[in-house]
Design a protein around this ligand. Structure first.
Ligand code: NAP
Length: 180
């Protein structure tokens, strides 16, 4: 257990994030789960994997008045707990149907904040720590909506195309340090 790799997973309390966490724990990884409300993490899973699952408060949109993000706090707490981070799986995301002629921009702003700027803040917070391993890994749950626009899903796709650009930037800037 002491040598098993440490994986941070955002959006870990439900959906794809929870499925990823469950799979990783079953395969012996240590998992740092980032969730908006830690009380929403399934209690039976926390009991079963009390040694290898740690749950931390993380909100993709939060940045304090000194420009420190919630992501930075989560990375710091993970390193304090286990001394390293080998991989990050970015699952936190929101989907809202916003077609081109929908005038209100609030939903667009939210999707950019959570789907795109949130992972950017997390990547900025974790890149230096990932580079301490020879083989850091970053997985971004983008979507086919980050490659083409299905119907009237303009807003979600705009944020997901941007998330793909972020992901390629992580690859570019981490490549020489072994990050894939
Ligand atoms: N489901 C699909 O078919 C599909 C297909 C392609 C791509 N994706 C992408 O895959 C990822 C996961 O999708 P999913 O279907 O599992 O989504 P989901 O079931 O709706 O879960 C979304 C997760 O994101 C978290 N989240 C939302 N806003 C957040 C914030 N501000 N800070 C931190 N966490 C936040 C949610 O936390 P709360 O419980 O606190 O709300 C939840 O844990 C998303 O990025 C999505 O765009 C999904």
């Amino acid at each position: 257990m002491a040598d098993s790799k440490v994986v941070m997973v955002s959006g870990a309390n439900r959906g794809i994030g929870l499925a990823v966490v469950t799979q990783l724990l079953g395969e012996g990884y240590r998992v740092s789960a980032g969730v908006r409300d830690p009380s929403k993490m399934p209690f039976p899973l926390m009991q079963e994997y009390s040694e290898t699952l740690a749950v931390f408060q993380y909100d993709a949109t939060e940045v304090d008045t000194t420009a420190v993000s919630s992501a930075q706090g989560w990375v710091t707490e993970t390193v304090a707990r286990w001394g390293r981070v080998n991989a990050v799986v970015m699952c936190a995301g929101v989907w809202i149907q916003v077609p081109l002629l929908h005038a209100d921009e609030a939903d667009i702003d939210l999707m950019f904040d959570v789907n795109c700027k949130g992972p950017m803040r997390l990547a900025r917070a974790v890149l230096r720590v990932l580079k301490e391993n020879p083989d850091g890994r970053v997985v971004s749950l983008v979507s086919m909506s980050g490659k083409r626009v299905p119907g009237t899903s303009m807003g979600y796709s705009m944020s997901k195309f941007a998330q793909l650009a972020l992901h390629q930037s992580i690859r570019n800037e981490g490549y020489n340090s072994g990050i894939r």
